[in-house]
Design a protein. Structure first.
Length: 119
């Protein structure tokens, strides 16, 4: 990912958002977002900061491709959990979501342990 636009498109697609959905969330026109992604237009510093904040990524990475992607250094486990939550659009603010996710993880690990003992 050599350009701001390619990094933006990567972030958008990784979270499963369409251009229309992301544009709506950033309160910009879909065509503007499309021009950002194709390099035909550069966002203002304020918009770049809003995009970095929205995706919780390092603004230096977003603009230059250098530095760590995330604003804070996350462990491999935290990154994995973050990706799963984003992929399946799990709303951890909704009552009971965290507890359900914990139960699912527990069942999966119990199944893995059971299978490893059988083999």
């Amino acid at each position: 990912m050599e350009t701001f636009g390619s990094r933006l498109a990567y972030l958008r697609s990784r979270t499963g958002l369409s251009q229309e959905e992301l544009a709506e969330r950033l309160k910009i026109a879909k065509s503007t977002l499309g021009m950002y992604e194709t390099g035909k237009r550069e966002p203002s510093h304020e918009m770049t900061a809003r995009i970095a904040d929205y995706f919780e990524v390092n603004i230096d990475w977003l603009t230059t491709g250098r530095e760590s992607v995330y604003t804070q250094q996350l462990s491999k486990q935290e990154l994995l959990l973050k990706e799963i939550v984003e992929k399946y659009e799990i709303d951890l603010e909704r009552p009971g979501s965290k507890e359900k996710l914990e139960k699912i993880i527990q069942v999966v690990f119990e199944d893995v342990e059971r299978n490893s003992k059988e083999n």
